[in-house]
Design a protein around this ligand. Structure first.
Ligand code: TYD
Length: 212
């Protein structure tokens, strides 16, 4: 494929969406055509799946149903949006992708003893396809939760199913992301997201400019 697929990952309050937008502007200034998207909910059908996933009662699904919905969203996202844009030579930047499922549903939630089901479903929906680069915005859990608490006070948030989980969940999530990054240093770029917006962005550019 002619384009590049770049995913942004991290826990609550890491500043993914803001850094992703700034990164998109930086690429556009270089004359690159960029598509910004996210999971869950990158397509029209995906938005419906997202609503099912992020709204309502915490216990409304068991963990298998939930995971199937994430992969249904990922399949349609890949087929309808990501792959066609890459074929056209665009850079696709996605706020979350498969690493989120491993981080949240495996490392964070503790409901699975291994990643077998995720790996199998990934193979079915994506085959050998994977991101060209994954930016992990790594933030100290306390700082991240303070930021996202502030943000949630400023807006009316219906998307609460995945919010308010305990601090140990976020500690496991952070460790999980760092483990994944260590195992695949070729794909991951880890950026210290505890600093100011501009400092984080400068580190992001410094660490990625060779690759793009
Ligand atoms: P997102 O909109 O990125 O929320 P946030 O702004 O809080 O980062 O994602 C919504 C929630 O979905 C988020 O809490 C993470 C969760 N999620 C999973 O648990 N598994 C997944 O595979 C994905 C893509 C998201």
């Amino acid at each position: 494929m002619k384009g590049k697929f770049i995913t942004f990952e991290g826990g609550d309050g890491a500043g993914k969406s803001l850094q992703m937008k700034k990164f998109a502007e930086y690429l556009e200034a270089k004359g690159i055509e960029v598509v910004l998207t996210r999971e869950p909910g990158g397509t029209e059908v995906g938005k419906e799946i997202r609503r099912l996933l992020v709204e309502g009662d915490k216990d409304k699904f068991d963990e298998i149903t939930e995971i199937l919905l994430f992969y249904a969203d990922r399949r349609i996202h890949l087929e309808k949006l990501i792959k066609p844009a890459l074929e056209e030579g665009k850079y696709v930047l996605s706020d979350r992708f498969n690493d989120s499922t491993i981080a949240y549903q495996f490392y964070g939630s503790n409901k699975f003893s291994d990643t077998k089901i995720m790996d199998m479903l990934y193979q079915i929906v994506a085959g050998d396809f994977k991101p060209d680069m994954t930016v992990l915005l790594d933030v100290d859990v306390k700082i991240g939760l303070e930021r996202s608490f502030k943000k949630s006070q400023e807006m009316v948030n219906k998307e609460l199913r995945f919010e308010c989980v305990d601090v140990s969940f976020h500690e496991r999530l952070r460790k999980g992301y760092l483990d994944m990054a260590k195992k695949d240093e070729e794909r991951f770029v880890v950026v210290d997201a505890s600093k100011s917006i501009d400092e984080v962005f400068n580190e992001l550019i410094e660490k990625t400019k060779e690759r793009i």
